[in-house]
Design a protein around this ligand. Sequence first.
Ligand code: NAD
Ligand code: MG
Length: 385
Amino acid sequence: MTSGLTNIAILGSTGSIGCSTLDVVRACGDRLNVIGLTGHSNLELLARQATEFAPAVVVVSDDQRRSQFQLPSDAATAVLAGQDGIVDLVTRDDVDVVVSAIVGSAGLRGTWAAIDAGKTIALANKETLVMAGPQVMQLAGDRGVSVLPVDSEHSAIFQAMQGGRPSEVERIILTASGGPFRNHSLDQLADVTVQEALAHPTWEMGPKITVDSATMMNKALEIIEARWLFGLSIDKIDVVVHPQSIVHSMVEFCDGSVLAQMSPPDMKLPIQYALSYPRRWQGTAQRLDLTRAFECEFIPPDYERFPALLLGREVAERGGSCGAVLNAANESAVAGFLDGRLKFTQIVSACRDVLNNHDYDPNPDLEQLIGLDRWAREEILRWKP
Ligand code: NAD
Ligand code: MG
């Protein structure tokens, strides 16, 4: 950190989290300095971001599109490409914090390289922990690196945990909006369209996580993320449906006190907290308006209509190779749903079958996890109901 400024690299700056991170930089520009940005396909937006923030490095992560990317000839920004470009960016000496906001298992390599290089991680890419939680947290421990959550539930838990000691935590309670189909019957769920699944009631997010919210696979992935991030056994992790998305999650301590973190649904707050931690800054996130009446409901989840939650609990408990298989199967099945190959309810059925059919390994290394990721994607392409 130089002159009180935190130097950041944003992996996936053109996505929903990436754009919100740049809003935080706009609001807190005297504290944050952008060293690098990466984008995969929306190169027009990447070029606009590079012009506005003048980073030292921009990475076009899709090698094939590098030739389509142009900056003005007088720009002082170096343009790199591919996953190697991402690794070169995150290992630069002048980067303090890496915001990991690429979607899916594609986020693992850059996050891993950043941890290996000793950088603080602001982690949105939950798939990294789903796929390789024990390995990633072990590396972070070895390198003395903080992995700070950006996911709103995990940020809420991280904040509430500061109200007691780790040994005094009885359980954590992840809140879930329940998605757009919270009140659908099983029959109605079988017929939902892509357009309906992409219309989330409270959060505006990228397409993959929006579909994950509709199946509640997002909450399954978050159970697994919490398991490794906070080192909690599955019997200490609960889920409750809270459609208003105002209480972002809760921690129950051994004396029965429950601490919750509340704010309107706006990712700028958890992003900013990961960047300001252990301090808090003034920012632009929306404020709770308590002059107006509003409801705050808490409803137990329905495991029959949303069986993804059971998969999440099982995978968090078994660990080993299960996370990499579930994560890749889900990414591939969501792509299949968005392409019209799979029906909505088949996303979770296909994941269940692929998980059941894999050769369980209790202690895989990183290369084996990457191999399992590839295998599970191919299995989904072959999957028949
Ligand atoms: P998004 O689809 O809006 O953006 C994804 C970003 O990743 C884009 O910049 C894209 O260019 C880049 N990308 C896509 N494929 C890539 C590849 N193969 N290699 C390198 N880069 C690639 O997604 P998002 O909603 O911003 O989500 C990003 C991550 O944050 C996900 O892991 C998601 O689960 C997590 N997250 C998002 C939210 C949210 O509100 N959007 C909330 C919590 C957690
Ligand atoms: Mg979340």
